[in-house]
Every structure is written in C-alpha cells, then in structure tokens.
Design a protein around this ligand. Sequence first.
Ligand code: GDP
Ligand code: IMO
Ligand code: MG
Length: 431
Amino acid sequence: MSVTVVVGGQWGDEGKGRVIDVLSDRVQVVARYQGGSNAGHTIVNPYGKFALHLIPSGIFNPKIKCVVGNGVVVDPSEMIREIDELNGRGITTDNLYISDRAHVVVSYHRQQDHLEEMARGEMGIGTTKHGIGPTYADKYARIGIRMCDLQDETTLRDKLTFALYEKQRLFKAINANVDLPFDQIFGQLRGYGKRLAPHITDTVELVHAELSAGSNILIEGAQGTLLDIDFGTYPFVTSSSPTVGGACLGLGIPPSAIGHSLGVFKAYLTRVGAGPFPTELTGQQGDELRGRGNEFGTTTGRPRRCGWFDAVLAKYAVRINGLNSAAITKLDVLDELPMLKVCIGYEVDGCLSDRVPADLRQFAQCKPVYEEMPGWQTSTRDVRKIEDLPAAAQNYVSRLTELIGRPAALVSVGDAREQLITLKNPFDWIA
Ligand code: GDP
Ligand code: IMO
Ligand code: MG
C-alpha cells in the first residue's frame, strides 16, 4: 500500500494535474481533498486536451476510483457541466465518487464572492469568483449545505430556509439588491441532488476500505502552499488548506497513512490574482515568460504574473508539507533564455534572510538576492533522460533541487504525457 500526496509548492498552476495524470496508471484511487472549481488542472493526453476543475485528474483511467473528498467545496452545476463534457468526449465518469459530507457551493456564494471583491476595491484578492471563500465561511459558521442534504427534501428545505435568511440579512446590510427566490434555488438544488445521486457516497468508508485492501492512493492537491489559508500570503490566499496537512482533514485519513509527499514546482514562478511576489518580472521580461509558458489562468483566463524561481518560498513549502521529493515542471519554457536567475535569499535590513514573514508589510521589504546561471538556448522538449539535457539545463535542475533540499522525482519538458523525465519513481520510496 502507498499513499502519495501531490501538492503545489508555489502559488498554484505548477502542473499538478499533468503529474497526477501521468502517475495515475500506478494507483487504484485518485482523490481531491480541498478547494473547488477555483482549481484548473490542464491535462494533455491521448484523449485530447482537458481543463478539469472539480473532477480528479485520474478520471482518464476507468479502472481507478476518483474521489472528491469531504474537504472539497462542490459547485453542482460545475460538476455536472464537467461530467457532461467528459462523457461527451468519450470519458466515463462512472468511477467518480463525491463525498456526502462535501459542502455545496450555492448560487448565492458566487454572488457573495463577487460583491465582496467589489467591496474590497483596490484591496481585492482577485479571487476566481467561484464562491469558494463564502462556501468555506458558511461551513465554519455551520450554515452550510452538504451533498447529503441534497438527497433529502425536508432537510434541504430547513437548511436552505435558514441559509437564505442569513444571506438576506447579509445582502441587505451591504445594500446589495440580490434576489434569493427560495423555490427556484430549492428546485435547482434538488435537481442537482437527483442528477448527482449515483456519485454521492460515504467516501470516508470508501477510502478506508481501499487503505485496508492495500491499494495505492494518489491524493491530488489543488492550488498551492503559498495560497494556503494559514501558511500562504494571507489575505491573498484561498480559503482552504492545499498543504499536505489538509489531506487528512479533507479525506478523513490519519497522518500515519501518508507515505510520501511530492511537491510540484514550476522551474520559474507564477501567481494569479493580487498579493506580494518578490521575484516578479514586470514589463517585457515578464511578458516574454508569460508568452513562452502560455501563462493564462485555466479557470479565469487571466494573465498569470511571472517571475524567477524563489528558493526561499520553495524551502518554506518543503518544511510546511514535509516534502520527500519534487517534480520540476515547464523546464522547456526557459529553453530560449540566455541567462536565468534564482532567488536564494532575501535581503532584509542589510542581512540575508530565508524567512517568510507573516506580516505583508515586512514581506514587501524583502528584496530578492539572485544567483545568475547561464541558459542553454536549445530545445529540451524531446529530451527523455536527465543525462541528455544540455549541461546548463542539468546544472539548473541540480541547483534547484539542491536549494529545495529534496531530490527531483520528475522533470517535465512539455505538456504531453511523454514529455516527462523520470528520475525516480515516487512509489519506489514507500516501504
Ligand atoms: P495545475 O493547476 O497545477 O494542474 O496546473 P495548470 O494546468 O493550471 O497549469 C499548468 C499548465 O502548464 C497547463 O497548461 C499544462 O498543460 C502546462 N504544462 C504542464 N507541464 C508542462 C511542461 O513541462 N511544459 C510546458 N510547456 N507546459 C506544461
Ligand atoms: P490550481 O489548482 C492559481 C487564487 C486566485 C486568488 C486566490 C483566491 O489550478 O493550481 P479563490 O477563488 O480561491 O478564493 O481565490 O487564489 N487561486 C489560484 N491560483 N491556481 C489555482 O488553482 C488557484 N485557485 C485559486 O487567483 O488569487
Ligand atoms: Mg491550475
């Protein structure tokens, strides 16, 4: 048995989906544990190009069970759209299991997300406006609606009545003219419940049965460590725990079950939305990186902010997650650059620091200290073995892994399944 957690080591969009897609043929279960349709996992495989938001990236293998755990917030309309799209393209979703404990994103959560972003004005977080924050807030305020509630008319009626009462009070207080017709929302939710009924189940039981059976389980993180509600650049974060610790709560498994944690890092750095980004490249250099890496959000289409690899943040991600190994993605995006920079520390008050401060005013004072490395200026996209990479590219990868302090298990040089260099099979390392 092995349980491997794959998490984003940066601000999301590291290529987690493509890593899961490649590794999923070696497991029996792939499970998501947090986030919602704010995630956008792009996968290019023999079936085509797909953007998954809620459905685990293992769905292309019909033999494995794909689990959406209790910690995920599920927008049923988005889930149904994604199921329909996959089915329409010949991919079965009969192997999709959604936790009955997962919280439901209701239309008013999206409205609230939108209104809150407008109210923040210049201080906006730049959320995906998919209602993620408000849904998690309602979960903790204990006025959320769960997938199991969609199955029972009386429970849903009671819970929705109370939730709408609370939302009406909230919207009225901020002078927002939002229509919340009970019958319409109730009817919609009941419809979703009926449609998704074949998928809704007790996934805690399911996952534990698989653990007992000795199955290999791959746990798929969404977002990234620096977007974590506790450890990210708060308040410019998402509202869940994308770090490895979140996997236990979001699936109902004990920490002792986790055998290996694989962190996915882009060979450079990107971020969507607002918030600090010490190594950000603005202007032409940033535009060039964005163009080469096609750095536009999978979920919102927004241009991603781009910058140099930041080893301070990467080491922080190693510590927070207890990472055992790393996957370095999108190395090919750097192919044409004559020179590369890597941030090896921050200069703070004339001293070198490798701390990530909680206070964003202090974080804004952190000036990246760079190490420069020569580029390789030749294509790596057809390379399949680490020793066949140009020497400068090999040096760059070894320097990143040295700074991260963990071995690289995978290096990717393109978005297709085969454009992957395997240095170590992550599953080999589990007793
Ligand atoms: P995720 O959210 O972590 O799954 O990452 P996204 O799918 O949002 O963003 C990663 C993007 O980079 C996707 O469009 C992938 O198809 C693409 N991608 C992944 N790995 C590579 C790679 O090694 N090279 C290139 N050029 N693109 C890649
Ligand atoms: P994947 O799984 C990159 C960012 C948003 C915003 C902040 C809060 O594809 O890596 P939210 O809608 O979650 O309340 O927005 O988090 N964000 C992501 N950035 N990749 C993601 O997911 C993201 N999911 C949320 O841009 O800054
Ligand atoms: Mg993404």
